[in-house]
Ligand binder design. Sequence first.
Ligand code: RB5
Length: 147
Amino acid sequence: MQIAVASDHAGFTLKQALADHLRDLGHVVTDLGTDGEEPVDYPDFGAAVGRAVTAGPADLGVCVCGTGIGISIAANKIPGVRAAVVHDVSSAHLARAHNDANVACFGARLTGGTTALDALDTFLATSFEAGRHLRRIAKIDRLEEDE
Ligand code: RB5
């Protein structure tokens, strides 16, 4: 799978660990930054991952900031992105199974490294359940068209 990753300075260390893990699993990782712990602005990086997912080449995205919140809000501004803050295996599973999330966002200041890696594995291994959830995802798509 092709996976775009990015973080701000607060998420840099965890982003590196998640990217290394993805490469170890054989995925093709596009690292869109940031490249160190100098302060940067998370909207730039959330948007970059969102664009890589919706316009290509990425199948899925991974974002990290201090909480996962700011970078998820930014990623979700890109039409077609369904970014979810993922705290653990359960939230990762439900974000894919019910919400068909295409970007997983982590909070490096809130979620430990091992938990984040396990959650990422679950995010990648879980399929969208479709069924009743399809109607709800379609309504989200229409919100983007109508607002
Ligand atoms: C950066 O200090 C912090 O605000 C950012 O990483 C993130 O937590 C925002 O949601």
